[in-house]
Design a protein around this ligand. Sequence first.
Ligand code: SAM
Length: 198
Amino acid sequence: MNIDINVPDGVSGIYKIETFTVTEEQASHESMRSIFSSTSRPIGPGTYKRLMRGRTVMMSNTPMEIRDHIGFINKACGDVLINGLGLGMCLTAILKKPEVQTVTVIELSQDVINLVGPTFGNDRVSIIQADAMTYKAPKGKRYNAVWHDIWDYITPDNLSQMGKLHLKYGGRCDWQGSWGKELCQRQQRQEKRYINVF
Ligand SMILES: C[S@@+](CC[C@H](N)C(=O)[O-])C[C@H]1O[C@@H](n2cnc3c(N)ncnc32)[C@H](O)[C@@H]1O
């Protein structure tokens, strides 16, 4: 599955949207690295977009990132809430689904909104500048699907915020998910096993 991003390249504060290319040679090098490293994941050759904060890649539309969002993209219907606008990758994908009626996006960074928001000037989309952890949804509002994706990396440290968000939306939605939750849980189990051994 490909998701083409229409967000133009640009800079706002320390955030940047940029187009980049992965050559065949780079792709095969990455693929070798991923065999020996549990954190490195291979990227196929191609031309992609990414959102950077300084030198940190926050999001890209590479196949591995798309794979992480497939579960949510499949579930999205009716009224949807997304925590974390990022590159607008999953927003792009779910707006192609006619069964998605409205999407509310909560994004902390005004710079990200400046760069990505204008591409989604659409009756179905509301982008709200707020902290996902403290944002209060309108009284009585229910969502068909909620997706939490406010983290740069997969680490067990994310699990506490995921727990809080899942508790917050548990009674307000039919389905919710968090980016990389199973991988964070697996890493946590591995860390516990390591501590038990030593
Ligand atoms: C990995 S990106 C999201 C990628 C997005 N799912 C996509 O499809 O492109 C994470 C986003 O969450 C935002 N963010 C980080 N902490 C946040 C918070 N507490 N509340 C709302 N947004 C937050 C970041 O600024 C960033 O735009």
